[in-house]
Design a protein around this ligand. Sequence first.
Ligand code: ADP
Ligand code: ZN
Length: 605
Amino acid sequence: MSQAARTPSARYSSEQLLQRIFGYERFRGRQREIIETLAGGGNALVLMPTGGGKSLCYQIPALMRAGTGIVISPLIALMRDQVEALKANGVAAAVLNSSLDAQARRQVEQDLLAGQLDLLYIAPEGLLRESVLELLGRCELALFAIDEAHCVSQWGHDFRPEYLQLGILRDRFPEVPCIALTATADDRTRAEISRHLLPDGGQTFIDSFDRPNIRYRVGLKQNARTQLLHFIDREHRGHSGIVYCFSRKRAEETAAFLHQHGFTALPYHAGLSADERERHQDRFISEDGVIICATIAFGMGIDKPDVRFVAHLDLPRSIEAYYQETGRAGRDGLPADAWMVYSLADIVQIRQMQANSSAPEAQQRLERERLEALLAYCEHAGCRRPPLLSYFDEHHPGACGHCDNCLNPPATWDATEAARKALSCVYRTGQRFGAGHVIDVLLGKNTDRISALGHDTLSTFGLGADIDRKTWQSVIRQLLALGHLQPDPEGHGGLQLTERCRPLLKGEVQVELRRDTIPLKRQRAAGSRVEVDTSAPGWQALRQWRLQTAGEQGVPPYVIFHDATLAAILDARPRTLDELGAVSGVGQHKLERYGRDVLNVLATL
Ligand code: ADP
Ligand code: ZN
């Protein structure tokens, strides 16, 4: 028997659907324009940050148009999640993928042919099967939505060869409108998406990539794990979060460390069995307050709206990767933290890996440029948003008021003299030694190594005794970050000069460096939205009810209601169903289904 029944929605406007089905008051950013374009049969390329609200851009037009909307997405977990969320809102949605048994598959196909599905999610490799294309040829189709469209880019880290073949959809179904969506927005990727996925053109919609609810913080690594522990302990007890680590081993150790200190923390990386990975991901999604310690393999395609922090214990690959990863925090619009620590050793390690890479030269150059942009961001002394957003060709005026540098502006100093001394000492010692030895020479230390090498006779010996070791470390780290120094390509840990330092050595330019401070103090956002008062009795009661209801239905709690919706409910304290229905995030279907329960919970407070 079919469980599906199409939502009778063709007669509603986009705005009415937004309110009735999804329970939201108004469109965000350019959602309305995009939806109207699709509903009118046009194609669109949509660039929006993570959490920007891409899903509605195809879900609503699929409801407005006759036929089924086909959503192509690379990840099974994401599809499952979105379908659950849609069903909870009363939308007829289904998944067609390899996880279905034969009978379930037949059912979906029948529903599709009978025109009873609003939306059908398919993985690209499934869609490209001839039998599936033929099946689609026999149905009425509302639109194609190609999610994570940057997977078509061979330059990117998420390249998927099947995405290149999706161009076939334009040949086979030229009359069906198509929307390609991504949170990656550099020019090259954008061009590739257009070329491969929307060859017959379409309108490009670029939303602001700013995520005002995310507080960015970057600090120096001292004892990374302890720093992380303090951060989570003071600011995120009981919250869900992701900690990104460079290696599997580090992910394991960090999870064990947090676990020892009483947090629910689980590792996630490619070294775990598929089973284990899925179990950990499921717990992250369905329980409150789980922390995942992951390598980069984790996160894409996870729609969890209430991730309250994303921490980086190691440098990400690029600003783009950093922005994607941190973007997984705070999709619900409530305050969230992006927290990172890094060190001189991290820079040396990544630079060395790059130097030893066997990738083609063009690719290597790109990687180097990416790292440089990231390091410049880390060392930046002004508001964090302009350098982040300039990556997306977006101008931000700065002074956001809730990043680390806005809240505690770092002091800078004229380091021209010091930088020249450091560079000159690297040169005189033969460009073979690491920071430790170079600093010893600058400080004029009488170590055995120095006398054995005769470095106590160099002109730079003791030349920097007026500055302490920590400051010299800071100078060398920043010179590395700025590209004046590089580690030797053989990987012995020696520092070398680069072409770039020439004008500095000749005294033609000045350098201003930031003074390192004890990093990452707790920071209260000045202008951010109200935080949820998690100690309020109503909050606990509503969460308890939600957890129980979710458990009974076998869905993640946020499928019932988001944190943001619970907070809005507490704020509004509705006493009638009508009042409850007016709260943002409470749609028609959920009102009918949960309205009484919620009012009952509120009545007991
Ligand atoms: P993306 O796919 O761009 O990362 P989503 O489509 O998952 O983002 O949307 C992020 C969150 O914002 C979701 O929880 C979604 O329900 C919510 N959202 C989207 N559009 C609106 C809107 N117009 N008003 C309120 N919330 C919205
Ligand atoms: Zn700022």
